[in-house]
Design a protein around this ligand. Structure first.
Ligand code: PMP
Length: 395
């Protein structure tokens, strides 16, 4: 290896380890369901985004197998050469219907999608107003576009209105976009889309909603935009197929014209091989299941309410969550790390989330109750929370 690279890596690795920012990666022995096994030890899993349990649903797995048998393990090319198989077309039509839009485009991941969609529309002559808590893939997509990025205080509508007004009055930009998560992944709060849309109409903003954590969760599954009935006012309904849908992939749903543009310009669509047929088949089945059995989404909300109530009764601060995302807020970084390690040792698998993912002093353990946890699993998790919290003098 090059000496320059070795020196760079040694120094940088030592730095991140020193700052406590280097976390070892846990390896699961089997599938990522409501119970997981790590090093042969079973744990209640409250860390995955598998909100509706589709990652391990037998019918979804069967659909992946069926599509693989028919179409093969891989798509064989990028979409615009000959990697568009009938199942990709079916997937995109299904996504458009799911999101109540004219059309949709599928990408290989949500991250790819944000990188490819934002940069296909915004240019260096534009400005993007971006909520300060937006996901890393949005930040990178904005950077890639070379538009001017204007950070907006989290869900602060007065700040948005003021910055939109300034941007318009400056006369410097051809287009201005506002981009926000639909559901924020660290606190579980929901974007104020009705006010956002009003401000956007006033200042002619393009509206882009990343609904990674809202799809399959809000609006009886159809997402945060549908929850507010604002499909006609949101230009980009972006989402991922890796969370509630349980598989992998990303998409934008919107007007036929927007999707045609993205299909002709978006670089991950043009230059990276399409989703595997198995993933496409599994996603179609997961959406079918969600739409035909509303009980699946209801079970998610019931379990989340049950779990949250018990944590609050135990004396924990769960912040401002309006969705199943349930943070237990501890504040101090070291305390958060130790608390999470003890929970894991006792049998509840959670991830500590600390600076720089959240602000300094806002450390928390994030819990993701799902539709497929049983009440006994949630009870057991709460009793471990109580034991560890009491032992550490937190509650
Ligand atoms: N946007 C948001 C808000 C997310 O939380 C995530 C997932 N971490 C992504 C985009 C990226 O999605 P994917 O995991 O499908 O790449």
């Amino acid at each position: 290896m090059s000496d320059v690279l070795t020196r760079f890596l040694s120094q940088k690795l030592a730095e991140v380890k020193e700052k406590g920012l280097y976390s070892p990666i846990d390896v699961l022995d089997g599938a990522n369901g409501p119970l997981i096994s790590i090093d042969g030890k079973e744990k209640i899993n409250l860390a995955s985004n598998n909100y509706l349990g589709f990652a391990t649903h037998p019918a979804v797995i069967q659909a992946a197998n069926d599509a693989t048998t028919i179409y093969g393990a891989g798509a064989g090319a990028v979409r615009t050469i000959n990697g568009t198989l009938a199942i990709h077309e079916e997937l995109e039509q299904r996504l458009a219907r799911f999101k109540w839009t004219e059309a949709a485009i599928a990408f290989q991941s949500g991250f790819n999608c944000n990188m490819g969609a934002i940069s296909a529309v915004m240019t260096k002559n534009d400005a993007i107003l971006s909520d300060e808590l937006n996901h890393a893939s949005i930040i990178d997509g904005c950077r890639l576009s070379r538009a001017e990025i204007i950070r907006v205080k989290h869900s602060d509508m007065a700040d948005l209105a003021q910055k939109a007004k300034q941007a318009v009055e400056s006369g410097r930009y051809d287009k201005i976009m506002y981009i926000t998560d639909g559901v924020f992944s660290m606190d579980g709060d929901v974007a104020n889309l009705p006010e956002i849309v009003e401000i956007a109409e006033k200042y002619q903003l393009i509206v882009y909603v990343d609904d990674a954590h809202g799809s399959g969760v809000m609006g009886q599954g159809a997402g945060t935009v549908k929850h507010f009935g604002l499909q006609a006012s949101v230009d980009f309904q972006m989402g991922t197929l890796s969370k509630a849908i349980g598989v992998v992939g990303g998409y934008v749903a919107g007007s036929r014209q927007l999707i045609s543009w993205l299909k002709s310009q978006s670089r991950p669509f043009l230059f990276s091989t399409s989703l595997t047929p198995g993933a496409a088949g599994a996603v179609i089945k997961a959406i079918d299941l969600m739409e035909t059995d509303p009980g699946i989404v209801t079970a998610l909300w019931d379990n989340a309410a049950y779990f949250k109530e018990k944590l609050i009764a135990a004396g924990y601060d769960i912040g401002v969550s309006e969705t199943p995302i349930t943070p237990v807020i501890l504040g101090d970084e070291k305390l958060t790390q130790t608390f999470a390690a003890k929970l894991i040792a006792e049998g509840v698998y959670v991830k500590p989330i600390v600076f720089p993912t959240v602000p300094l002093g806002a450390g928390r353990v994030r819990n993701m109750p799902t539709a497929v946890h049983t009440k006994q699993m949630l009870d057991e998790a709460v009793s471990i929370y109580k034991k560890v919290g009491r032992d550490m003098g937190i509650i």
